[in-house]
Design a protein around this ligand. Structure first.
Ligand SMILES: NC(=O)c1ccc[n+]([C@@H]2O[C@H](COP(=O)([O-])OP(=O)(O)OC[C@H]3O[C@@H](n4cnc5c(N)ncnc54)[C@H](O)[C@@H]3O)[C@@H](O)[C@H]2O)c1
Length: 368
């Protein structure tokens, strides 16, 4: 199988992660181009990762005949337009989470890719995280009997880039940024059942000075098969990234801690280079994680998507997956605005971004 030739859009946090993940599965794919608006950033990224071409405009990259698959790692508000541009240029697309800001955009992205005959793949790496994949294998084998509760939590001290804090660019706070993983995870883990309702309790507990967004939330999801999902999202937990699941059935349960559970409990008085994403210090007791990208599932995700492009595998995460998650995110924000659970299907029209339904509950009332 020839390597799938990837163009990365963006040159910072997630772009670095994907470029490293591609190298880990070099037999499947290679990065041949990058585009990022600041010339020096694009050039540095290309040098750092040994990439042949660096552009400052994503449309230049889309005209590059060498690029087969575009991997979008840019701020959320740009996902929809860039996906549509990429589809029209005949490129397959991987879009990082969340898919986009509105349900209308999600529909347009899916339609554009379908019409162009290209794949729209949704990058949810938790579907590939080895520990979580193992938990799902056990559940599917019947190890826990009938699974009735799945919990996922993702918590850290807050995003690294300014745009995440600006709800006009991100679409929301911790729920938009982190619960998108948890909602996708619970849904996938349970075998992709219909989501029947969402209830979310959210607040801005700490970061009032930085954001209009929520920074702390608990979201409950009811599924058509009778199971419940519980998703905890926080931008208020210092000490490094925390990503955990718990699974309960009538015959058993399992617990998995993706980062501290794949780390060395370590004490150092002088500190060292790097422990884990978003850890402020490496002094004292810390949890340096090993094989971080592999434990998250990024290289496995790249391998799967590359094989999908070559027609060897069928996507387990695509544009429709992203739309399922986005609908639940809208329901979560509407629920927080209304103070009660919101029943799905929930496809509000003409709402600019999910958080609007929390900030203006009268708009949520008009659409439920
Ligand atoms: N799957 C995950 O676990 C995960 C982790 C982090 C981020 N993400 C997602 O990836 C996306 C990017 O997040 P990030 O953390 O890398 O943000 P970031 O701020 O670190 O990087 C964003 C990059 O996009 C570039 N950019 C902005 N406009 C552009 C344009 N028009 N064309 C090309 N590049 C442009 C910026 O210059 C920057 O290089 C977001 O949607 C985020 O939610 C996913």
């Amino acid at each position: 199988m020839s390597k799938v030739r990837i163009g990365i859009l963006g040159s910072r946090f997630q772009a670095d992660c994907i470029a490293a993940a591609v190298k880990a599965v070099a037999e499947e794919a290679e990065v041949v181009a990058v585009a990022s608006p600041t010339k020096a950033h694009a050039a540095d990224f290309a040098t750092r990762h040994g990439i042949a071409r660096a552009y400052t405009d994503h449309r230049e990259l889309l005209r590059d005949p060498a690029v087969e698959l575009v991997w979008i790692t840019v701020p959320n508000r740009l996902h929809a337009q860039i996906t549509i541009d990429a589809a029209q240029a005949g490129k397959h697309v991987v879009c990082e989470k969340p898919l986009c800001l509105t349900i209308e955009e999600a529909d347009a992205m899916i339609d554009a890719c379908r019409q162009a005959g290209v794949l729209l793949l949704y990058a949810e790496e938790l579907f590939f995280a080895p520990k979580y994949v193992k938990a799902k294998q056990l559940a599917d084998e019947g190890a826990f009997g009938r699974v009735h509760l799945v919990k996922q939590g993702e918590k850290h001290s807050g995003p690294h880039s300014e745009w995440f804090w600006d709800v006009e660019q991100s679409g929301g706070g911790a729920v938009m940024d982190l619960a998108c993983h948890g909602i996708a995870f619970c849904w996938w883990f349970l075998g992709k059942p219909t989501i029947t309702s969402v209830y979310s309790q959210m607040a801005t507990q700490v970061h009032h000075d930085r954001t209009q967004g929520d920074d702390e939330a608990i979201t409950l999801i009811e599924f058509g098969n009778g199971a419940t999902g519980m998703v905890e999202s926080s931008w208020n937990r210092p000490g490094g990234m925390d990503d955990c699941i718990e699974v309960f059935g009538n015959k058993g349960q399992t617990y998995a801690d993706l980062l501290m559970g794949n780390a060395l409990p370590t004490y150092s008085e002088v500190g060292f280079g790097y422990a884990v994403e978003k850890a402020a210090t490496t002094r004292g007791w810390t949890y340096p994680v090993f094989e971080e990208h592999w434990n998250y599932g990024f290289p496995q995700e790249v391998r799967h998507f590359a094989r999908c492009v070559r027609g060897k595998e069928t996507p387990i995460s695509d544009g429709e997956t992203g739309r399922v998650v986005l609908e639940a995110l809208y329901a979560a924000y509407a629920s927080a605005g209304l103070g009660r659970k919101v029943v799905l299907p929930f496809r509000p029209k003409g709402i600019g971004k999910p958080i609007d339904l929390w900030k203006a509950p009268e708009r949520a009332k008009a659409v439920v």
